[in-house]
Structure formats: C-alpha cells, structure tokens
Write a protein that binds this ligand. Structure first.
Ligand SMILES: Cc1cc2nc3c(=O)[nH]c(=O)nc-3n(C[C@H](O)[C@H](O)[C@H](O)COP(=O)(O)OP(=O)(O)OC[C@H]3O[C@@H](n4cnc5c(N)ncnc54)[C@H](O)[C@@H]3O)c2cc1C
Length: 375
C-alpha cells in the first residue's frame, strides 16, 4: 500500500501501477485482537483494494502462482503480467498442520479468520487453563502473544472470572524479545504483575486431543482447557518455488531492499534481514518503512531524484494491555550501530496514538483526497 500509493502520487500516467492480492481487502495487524475480543466487527476493520481505482492504481484479485524474474513476469491463476519493476510483499504462510493436533484442537489469533473463530470460544470460556504457545521463530510481531495474554487477563478481569482462569505463555526463546533484554524485562514484569506464567525455552511439539494435554520438549505434558498457538511461519510456496526462495525468506540489500535482480524489490515479512545474531522482526511498521525506502530508490532510478531514504527498520509497535492503557515499543534496528529498542510504559496517551496510527494509514492509502473534518 505504501509503495503503490506513494508512487502513484509521484508518477504520471505513463506509469502503470498494479497491485495483485488474493484477498480483496487490507487490515492492520493489530485489528486481529479487536476481532478476537469482539471489539470491532470484521467489516469495520477492512479497507477494500477496489477503492484504489479512484487513485489510478489497478487492482487484480488473484493468486500469484509463479514469479519469473528472468522474463520480468508474474503469473496468476488467470493471467500473466509483465513488469519493469516488481515489489514482492507476499508476507508469510502459516502452517498450523506442522504441529499434530493443533488444527483440530487449537486456536490462533494469527489470521483474520482464526481471530474471528476464537471470539465465541473466549466468550464462553469461564474457567480452566489457557495455554498460549509460540511454536518456533520467526513469527510476526514478537510482542503479540504477550499482548494477547495481557488482554485476556483484562477481558476476564472485567467479566469477573479471572480468579478461575490460569494463563500461561510458552516460548522457544529464553526471554520474550531475545534482541532486547530491557524490553523483555518490562514485558516479564507485566506478565508477573498480572499473574501470567511465563515458561521460556520450551516448545510444544504436539497436542494430545484425548487427554487435552500439550506435549512439550523437555517438560512433562501440560493440561489445557483452551489452547492458542502461534502457527509455524514459512515463506509462501510461490517464493520457495522461485529463485527468490533459495534461502527460504528473501535476501535483500538492507538499505534499498533490492533483491539479486536489480529491478525486483522485496519488503516486509517475506524478507530476512540479519541484525547481528538476530533478524529484523516481522512487523507492519517495518514493512511500511521498507516501502518508503523502495519508493525513494525507485524515484531515484526513474526520475533521477537524489532521495537518501534508507531502510532503518524503524517504527512504533503498540502494546495494548489494560483497559484504557497502551504501552509502546519504539524501535530502530538498522539506523544505528546497535538495534535501539525502548519500552514505554502503558499510558492513556497511547490509546489515541494507536487509533491515529491506523486511521492515518487508511486515510493516506485509501482516501488521500478526503478533506479533514476541520477543513
Ligand atoms: C496478532 C498480530 C498483531 C500484530 N500487531 C502488529 C502491530 O501492532 N504493529 C505492527 O507493525 N505489526 C503487527 N503485526 C504484524 C503485521 O500484521 C505484519 O508484520 C504485516 O502485516 C506484514 O506486512 P506484509 O505486507 O509483509 O505482509 P501481509 O500484510 O501479510 O501482506 C501479504 C499479502 O500478500 C497476499 N498474498 C500472499 N500470497 C499470495 C499469493 N500467492 N498471491 C496473491 N496474494 C498473496 C496476502 O493475501 C496478503 O494480503 C501483528 C501481527 C499479528 C498476527
């Protein structure tokens, strides 16, 4: 969205811009929590790509089945598209089936449909153990499972049933956000304060649906009444089948997001950009930041501009947890020698910030000509 709309605003009609997506709508990542808790209806979080037509951007709803950079072409189930420049932003593919029993007996808040499916289950849940498990890395928005646990705490607290519910989070790493001890310490403090058990360095390998137990690497099986998992993430099959998937996630130049093919860029979750022993996390804020760097690089090439925008993996991630309060994680992974992360304690101020974060993107990308109320 960032690339298509920013380029459209800067390029004349000699340039055709086409967005291909198998879905017909956009939504911000954190809206999945609103669906999970029933705070917003699915129709209220969707923005439709068909609206892009007004701006002069073509939208094609179809599944991409082949990307061929040797012939500058993208094949979908119905058509073949030629390009001069290509920006790949296909995200991740979720593999719930990789953990036996999970598809049949577990829930997730990692897709639009799954978050919706979880809502009536949470509504009816009154007592027992909720187990949240991160199966493996990498996964989108590393703080999200902890945010889910804290929001569950708040939800059941308001309902008056929290005392009858145990909430536990299992993670493969030693701390919630391995790249930052400080941010992890803040999150662990919040978990402890809200009586949420954190079990690091453990992976769930299977669900025993008869006994309602999670089988765990190096730990005795753990009983659960409601199991929520962060499904295994893999690059989309169409990427793995292409030259871009040789190493799995797409490898790019960390400053301008070019792939090994000069006229092909890749941004967002589908990439892997190393930062020391870690990698740039998979978040929407960083996908957008990458989009800005691609736009700058493309305008330099197409229009001979001298933009010096480099990808910094910079942005804010909101961490909603208590009613009326939102914490913020400010990050800049590539802009300095060391990754910079700071956890800003929960405050009422960031509730409005978070709403504005979404509203400003929807306005910029879907309604750029809409007048502000004030004007
Ligand atoms: C619970 C949760 C909370 C989150 N909260 C935040 C947050 O607070 N802040 C934040 O910055 N990030 C957050 N995220 C992460 C964020 O949603 C993702 O990192 C972001 O959406 C990545 O953007 P992307 O463009 O790389 O991929 P996506 O947004 O996944 O877009 C990829 C698109 O490609 C399409 N596609 C895939 N394969 C094909 C194909 N073969 N053919 C056609 N189309 C295809 C998909 O339909 C999709 O629309 C959260 C994620 C989760 C799960």
């Amino acid at each position: 969205m960032e690339v298509a709309t920013s380029l459209r605003a800067r390029l004349d009609d000699n340039f055709e811009i086409t967005l291909i997506d198998k879905k017909d709508f956009f939504f911000v990542g954190f809206a999945k929590f609103d669906l999970m808790f029933g705070r917003r209806a699915p129709g209220d979080v969707k923005s439709y790509y068909s609206d892009l037509k007004k701006q002069g951007i073509n939208f094609v709803q179809d599944t991409i089945v082949q990307i061929d950079p040797h012939h500058n072409s993208v094949k979908t189930t119905r058509d073949t598209f030629k390009y001069d420049y290509l920006v790949i932003g296909l995200g991740v593919e979720l593999h719930p089936e990789a953990i036996p029993g999970f598809t049949e007996g577990g829930y997730s808040f990692y897709s639009f449909e799954e978050a919706q499916r979880l809502h009536p289950v949470i509504e009816k849940f009154n007592s027992g153990t909720i187990l949240i498990s991160i199966f493996n890395k990498p996964y989108q928005c590393p703080p999200a499972p902890y945010e889910a646990a804290l929001q569950l705490h708040d939800y059941f607290e308001k309902k008056g049933t929290r005392a009858d519910i145990a909430i536990k989070v299992l993670a493969p790493g030693p701390i919630p956000i391995p790249i930052s001890k400080e941010t992890s310490a803040s999150i662990m403090k919040l978990l402890a304060k809200h009586d949420i058990e954190f079990l690091p360095k453990h992976k769930v390998t299977e669900l025993d649906l008869i006994k309602k137990q999670a089988l765990i690497d190096g730990l005795a099986p753990m009983d659960y009444d409601l199991f929520m998992g962060v499904p295994i993430h893999r690059p989309p099959k169409v990427i793995l089948d292409s030259v871009f998937g040789k190493e799995g996630w797409i490898k790019v130049d960390r400053h301008n997001l070019r792939t090994e093919f000069e006229n092909v860029y890749a941004i967002g979750d589908v990439t892997r950009i190393p930062v020391g022993d870690f990698a740039v996390p998979k978040t929407g804020a960083f996908a957008e930041d990458a989009g800005r760097a691609v736009v700058a690089d493309l305008l330099n090439r197409i229009k001979g501009e001298n933009n010096e925008v480099k990808f910094q993996a910079a942005g804010a991630c909101y961490f909603e947890m208590e009613s009326g309060k939102v914490a913020k994680i400010d990050a800049n992974f590539l802009g300095a020698d060391e990754p910079q992360l700071s956890f800003i304690e929960p405050s009422e101020e960031y509730v409005a910030d978070k709403i504005e974060f979404e509203a400003s993107r929807i306005k910029k990308w879907f309604n750029p000509t809409q007048q502000d109320d004030k004007t």
